[in-house]
Design a protein. Structure first.
Length: 258
């Protein structure tokens, strides 16, 4: 059994299970209430919990009480250049809350690079929320580099993303290192673009723009709507200087008939 070990416990989030559970409970209690139906996809930030925990909780709060069979987790690669869709080639990923088995998705359109996943925080910082809220589930973490949104949408369909007990999560922050007023204006425009289902985001708007564009393309194919739940930046959440901030958002995709 090949396990991707936790790389950021004690840095991006607490290292001990009691502290992890306490922090998650705190963030969920204070999270903004989002769309009331069952989300088919979510967008959540991936910075340290000190900075984005309240917004991350806003995305994941809608998973409370859900029966989710499979989680497809998409995110950008921060430490290694990649192209296309990249799996980690491991049988499980680990956080201080335990190991989560990974579903093997070796197929056309997916390459394998354990090194690209080894130090990546985009999935790890969100995984304790999923472990806490969902218990056991099939897990598919995929890094996404440059690729066609329609091709990614088709791949997600083959992985079951449109099935009722499957949730796709895009791990992404929004704007980076703009003055707070400019960040807020940029992020609000990006949120309007996502809600309008325009799959043309770029890296200046979201570090996970490619993955987000793929999910937007899937939403157009599947008849989903998108709703922004929360938007804040590090100045608002952690009192960081407003001169250069990172923007965070929580969004939900859901079926229109709901």
């Amino acid at each position: 059994m090949t396990v991707r070990a936790a790389a950021h416990a004690g840095l991006f989030y607490p290292a001990k299970p009691p502290a992890i559970r306490a922090a998650i409970g705190h963030y969920l209690d204070g999270a903004r209430e989002g769309y009331g139906g069952d989300a088919v996809a979510l967008v959540a930030p991936h910075a340290g919990w000190r900075y984005c925990g309240p917004v991350m909780a806003g995305a994941f709060r809608g998973l409370q009480g859900r029966r989710v069979r499979r989680v497809i987790h998409l995110g950008p690669s921060h430490y290694q250049a990649i192209s296309g869709v990249v799996a980690g080639g491991v049988s499980a990923v680990e956080t201080p809350l335990g190991a989560v088995p990974v579903l093997d998705v070796a197929r056309d359109g997916v390459t394998v690079d354990a090194g690209a996943h080894a130090s990546e925080h985009a999935f790890e910082v969100q995984l304790p929320f999923l472990q806490t809220l969902l218990g056991t589930f099939e897990y598919i973490p995929l890094l996404v580099g440059e690729c066609d949104p329609e091709a990614l949408a088709v791949l997600l369909e083959t992985l079951g993303a449109t099935e009722p007990d499957v949730v796709t999560i895009v791990s992404s922050d929004l704007s980076h290192y703009l003055p707070a007023p400019a960040a807020r204006a940029t992020d609000l425009a990006s949120l309007r673009q996502i809600e309008a289902l325009h799959p043309t985001l770029d890296a200046t708007q979201a570090c996970g723009a490619v993955a987000l564009n793929g999910v937007i393309a899937l939403a157009m194919r599947a008849g989903w709507s998108a709703t922004a739940i929360d938007r804040r930046d590090a100045n608002q959440t952690a009192n960081i200087s407003p001169d250069k901030v990172v923007g965070y958002a929580a969004l939900s995709f859901h079926r229109r008939e709901q």
